[in-house]
Write a protein that binds this ligand. Structure first.
Ligand code: C5P
Length: 233
């Protein structure tokens, strides 16, 4: 399976995004476009970044009734992104509908992954507010199993959960993990973090890295360091 570093392009405008991307004269990093940039700039930002030759993970985390998600995915499939996602909490039926909507008439489709539990959700709040009376790790594994049953390619999870997901769903089931920091870097608001090298040891497939690269004095050097620590080359 392809392993790669995905840069989280958490910018609020096309201008800031392209100012950042213009620094990369040799590499074409895999990029994550989230809600902020997509809602600010619309589909044109995706087309323009594709035109520049980058792979894109469109992180919109769809969660609605199956028919609505299916129709939304059939619009997104025309954007030609490489990966997109839904919330596993939308149920197996919703994930199956997402997959159907995302599949083009010729049978091709972007990778589709699901968010298990957001890392901002604590076990205590999940139990008290959502009335889910189970250990949070059990819900993560169950959501991952549901995702696999629906036929999706993998899940977004914390790097510290990737091993448990692989154990339950098989090594071919993809894990995409944010919460990555350099050993000597600033944690920011991330709590459950790991280094690129440790994420590689745990066996995650893609790491999503934002501020350690986007806010580095030299983002290209930070990206190269991340690639070399994660891919071991
Ligand atoms: O800047 P940082 O490296 O923390 O960025 C990580 C990216 O991954 C952000 O875009 C953040 O929204 C996203 N993310 C996360 N934790 C999750 C899901 C997504 O940090 N559980």
């Amino acid at each position: 399976m392809a392993k790669d570093v995905i840069i989280a392009c958490d910018f609020s405008s096309a201008e800031d995004t392209f100012r950042f991307l213009d620094r990369f004269t040799e590499e074409k990093p895999f990029l994550k476009i989230g809600m902020e940039l997509f809602y600010a700039e619309g589909p044109s930002i995706v087309r323009e970044i594709k035109r520049r030759g980058h792979k894109i993970f469109l992180d919109l985390k769809l969660h609605d009734i199956p028919n609505t998600v299916k129709k939304a995915m059939s619009v997104l499939r025309n954007l030609d992104v490489d990966m997109t996602n839904v919330h596993a909490a939308g149920t197996i039926d919703m994930m199956r509908a997402a997959l159907e909507g995302l599949t083009r008439p010729d049978g091709t489709r972007p990778l589709l992954i699901a968010v298990t539990q957001l890392t901002s959700t604590s076990e205590e709040r999940m139990q008290r507010e959502l009335l889910i009376n189970a250990p949070i790790n059990d819900t993560i594994v169950r959501y991952a199993e549901n995702t696999r049953e629906a036929g999706l390619d993998g899940v977004v999870c914390s790097p510290l959960e990737a091993g448990m997901v692989k154990a339950a769903c098989g090594s071919g089931f993809m894990t995409v993990t944010p919460g990555v920091r350099f050993a000597d870097g600033d944690k920011g608001d991330q709590v459950r973090i790991t280094t690129p090298a440790r994420a590689a040891e745990i066996g995650t497939d893609y790491i999503v890295v934002g501020r350690p690269i986007t806010e580095a004095p030299d983002p290209v050097a930070a990206y190269r360091r991340c690639m070399s620590e994660f891919l071991g080359r």
